[in-house]
Design a protein around this ligand. Structure first.
Ligand code: SF4
Length: 295
């Protein structure tokens, strides 16, 4: 089939499907505004699928975002917990960390800042490896923990508190300040993805650019642009727009997409996508091309 004909069929199919949905789909969540339903409903189909099949674990992100919006402040100890939690997600699935969270709290003395700062990194590396919660940078991460706490203390002096710092500018700016090598507030072992993870851990809303989101929002799958995979900015802009339309936090949308894709959870929109099992196939360019090419 010629490419032009194929693309025309995909376009017509998507249009037809959206018209059908407008008429016949049951409203998945009551707070979706009617006029916006066709653009965002796939999020709720995905959410229903993940929940029904126990493919999603509550990570409390949404609750933390709401709590912060309602005025919750985070102590230095909680910021340290958020930072360590982010470090542990470095290039490894969260599913292996989750069952050990209580043990991790004990290893880090319930995030007693002074105690953690004065403990040699080798101790944390050894203890984390013993419960299989290490990662390829764990030694460097733990050896640099004390330096990162010193950075937090410097920020505390300059901004008043870590909480004042993380809310002193838009989240994208804070991520840059923490991860850019030219920034005076650069944290060791923290790049863009882990800075986002840290901010989410302390209730700042955002989307962590992750391999799953880059791929999912690529131009050949669920993205509006052409880049494959999507860029960090495209992921951020798309998730931000979806958040505004759906009323869900960016963190929740990030989490849903991540769980839909990740190993040990949905494993649907993975590197090799399982389009035949996908509940949002009709909203996706790749899914529609597969459907049309089978006609
Ligand atoms: S149809 Fe395939 S590529 Fe598209 S979202 Fe579903 S699994 Fe991913």
């Amino acid at each position: 089939m010629r490419l032009k004909t194929l693309l025309m069929k995909v376009k017509n199919r998507l249009k037809k499907r959206q018209n059908e949905d407008r008429v016949s789909k049951t409203r998945p969540q009551e707070n979706i505004q009617e006029k916006e339903e066709t653009h965002i409903e796939w999020i709720f189909f995905m959410k229903d699928f993940l929940e029904k099949n126990n493919h999603i674990i509550s990570n409390g992100l949404d609750e933390r975002v709401v709590e912060r919006r309602n005025g919750r402040k985070y102590s230095m100890s909680e910021h340290l917990k958020g930072l360590i939690g982010a470090l542990l997600t470095n290039q490894r699935p969260w599913v292996g960390i989750q069952p050990h969270l209580a043990k991790i709290d004990i290893i880090f003395y319930d995030y007693d800042v002074e105690k953690v700062k004065s403990t040699p990194g080798a101790y944390f590396t050894r203890e984390l490896r013993a419960i299989k919660c290490g990662n390829r940078n764990i030694k460097s991460q733990m050896n640099n923990l004390s330096a990162n706490i010193s950075m937090m203390e410097k920020i505390e002096e300059e901004f008043g508190s870590m909480d004042e710092f993380v809310t002193s500018a838009p989240a994208t700016e804070i991520v840059k300040m923490m991860s850019d090598y030219n920034s005076e507030y650069k944290f060791k072992n923290i790049g863009v993805a882990l800075a986002w993870e840290y901010l989410k851990n302390i209730g700042i809303d955002g989307a962590k650019p992750d391999v799953h989101l880059y791929r999912f929002f690529g131009g050949d799958r669920m993205g509006n642009k052409n880049r494959i995979p999507a860029t960090a900015q495209e992921v951020y802009d798309t998730v931000s727009a979806l958040s505004k339309k759906s009323g869900l936090s960016m963190g929740m949308i990030d989490s849903l997409v991540w769980h839909y894709c990740a190993d040990g959870f949905g494993m649907i929109c993975a590197a090799v996508p399982q389009c035949n099992r996908c509940v949002i196939e009709s909203y996706c360019k790749k899914g529609l091309i597969k459907q049309v090419s089978h006609v």
